[in-house]
Design a protein around this ligand. Sequence first.
Ligand SMILES: C[S@@+](CC[C@H](N)C(=O)[O-])C[C@H]1O[C@@H](n2cnc3c(N)ncnc32)[C@H](O)[C@@H]1O
Length: 266
Amino acid sequence: MDNHDQTIKDFGEQWLRYCDNEGFYGSLELFSDILSPFLTPDEINNCRVAEIGSGTGRIVNMLLKTGAEHIVAVEPSVAFEVLCRNIAEPERVTCLKITGDQLPPYGDLDYIFSIGVLHHVEDPDPVVKAVYKALRPGGRFLVWLYGKERNRLYLALLQPLRGLSKHLPHSLLAALVEIIYLPSVVYLGLCRRFPLPMQGYLLSVFEKMSPRKRRLIIYDQLNPTYAKYYTRLEAEKLLMANKFGNVLVHHRHGYSWTVIGTKPLS
Ligand SMILES: C[S@@+](CC[C@H](N)C(=O)[O-])C[C@H]1O[C@@H](n2cnc3c(N)ncnc32)[C@H](O)[C@@H]1O
């Protein structure tokens, strides 16, 4: 199995085990943070939208809360069944068990979102091209990606560990997560007092998660076969090289990239 199919399989198995979207992890407060500074939830009200790589459907349910008129949710893994089960208002959602590059060329969508997905796709260009075709002229694509800059120390620790952890069966990976959990909480405590690396993310996001979701976040870093950490330039190029205009990049909490691009009017 190649990296692409194996990564989808990894996520399918992950979401069958971590299938709920409780608390801050599934909240509109977190969605506002993800969209900031480019969009507010209000701007999505009454819009036709899609999400690429929906997992357990937390972003789809956030989109429902914004008042989006209709949502296309794309999820290729076996987690598709979890997605369908978790959706709060199924009549406003079309679920498709396809990869992002197979998104139908609707041509009338106002916004498309892909949150934490494209950094797990080895060749994301076909997905971005499909998104472009599915948007209306003037429609916008918002992507959230792992960042490389200011994560050098974290990546120096993570990358060697991932070399092992991505091969572990669930029981051993869950045991490794337990070992890492306590030091991560101690580090979080230190971040409240000192300006340490990743402080912005830890205090604005990680701290607000329940203990179960904090464990999921650690698991999610260690589990997938393929994960790329983007430089600012790579993040920007991903949309610019695929015909998007007015591409803007935000360094979210100093550790990741929120990128938005617009399909030109003509
Ligand atoms: C980290 S999860 C993010 C899920 C969701 N967006 C969220 O934020 O909760 C990445 C998801 O992307 C999906 N995925 C992986 N490769 C994909 C592809 N080529 N096209 C669409 N989705 C893909 C995985 O199956 C997984 O559910």
